[in-house]
Design a protein around this ligand. Sequence first.
Ligand SMILES: CC(C)(COP(=O)(O)OP(=O)(O)OC[C@H]1O[C@@H](n2cnc3c(N)ncnc32)[C@H](O)[C@@H]1OP(=O)(O)O)[C@@H](O)C(=O)NCCC(=O)NCCS
Length: 235
Amino acid sequence: MQKATKMAQPFVRQYNPDTDYESMLEVFHECIGDNLKFEPAWTISAYCWCIPYLLLSPSTCFVLDDSNGKAVGYILGVPDTTVFIKRWRQYYIPKLDEAKMPRPDIADDDDEAWALNWEDDPVGSLLKVLWGPERVMGLKGVDELIRNHSGHLHIDILPDFQRRGYGGKLMTALLIKLQDLNAIGCHIVLPAANTDACRFYGRYGFHVYEGSMNDGGTGEPGMLKDGSICLVQKF
Ligand SMILES: CC(C)(COP(=O)(O)OP(=O)(O)OC[C@H]1O[C@@H](n2cnc3c(N)ncnc32)[C@H](O)[C@@H]1OP(=O)(O)O)[C@@H](O)C(=O)NCCC(=O)NCCS
C-alpha cells in the first residue's frame, strides 16, 4: 500500500525585505478595491497602504508563506500610529517621486479641501492620504481614539488562500507582536461596505468605535464621512 504524503501547509512568518517585497505588492494589488484598479490609482495606492509599512516598520509585518517561500498574504501593522506618521513625514515623503505623485495643491489649513472623496476623486484622495498622513491616519481631531488604540493594521490574502483560517493566524501573530511592543490597543479603518472583513475582525476582538469622530465623522458610531468605519480594541 502506498503511503499518503503530507502536503506542506502555508505558514505565517516574519516579512523578509530581501525576498518578499515584490510578492507583497502582488498581494496588495490583487486585493485592492475595483474602484482603484486603473492607473495611476493602481500605483499610488501601494505607496499609501503597503510600501510605507514595508520600509518604515518591517519588523511588524508578517507574511503568509505558501510553503515554497512565496508570500500569498500579509498583515502590516504598527504599534504606535503617531510615531509611524512622524516617520512617514520625516523619511518617506522626502523620497516620493513628486512628478508621478504630486502633492495636492491645497493649503495646510483648508480642512474641507483635504477631505477624501473616493467616489468622485479616487486619485486625488490617494494623494491626500500620501501627503497628509496626519489628517487621514491620524484621524485629525480624534486624539482619544489614537491615544487608547495606538496601533493599526492592514491585512490581505490572495483569493485561493482566503477562508482557510490563515487570516486568523496572521491576526494572532501581529496582535501578539503589538502587545510585546507595548501598544495600548489597535484600530482599523476600512470601507464599511466590506462587511465580511468587519465580521472577521469582530472574531479577533474588534468592535465599532463608540467615541466621537469629530470632524471626520457622520454622527453614527465609528462612521467616517468617506464611507469608512473605524473598529477598535484595547489590549
Ligand atoms: C478578510 C480576510 C483577511 C480574512 O482572512 P481569511 O483567512 O479569509 O479569514 P478566515 O479563514 O480566518 O475566516 C474567514 C471565513 O472563513 C471561514 N473559515 C475559517 N477557517 C476555515 C476553514 N478551515 N475551512 C472553511 N472555512 C473556514 C470562517 O468561518 C469565516 O467565514 P465567515 O465569516 O463566513 O464565518 C481575507 O479574506 C482577505 O484578505 N480578504 C480580501 C481583502 C480584504 O478584504 N482585506 C481586508 C481589508 S480591510
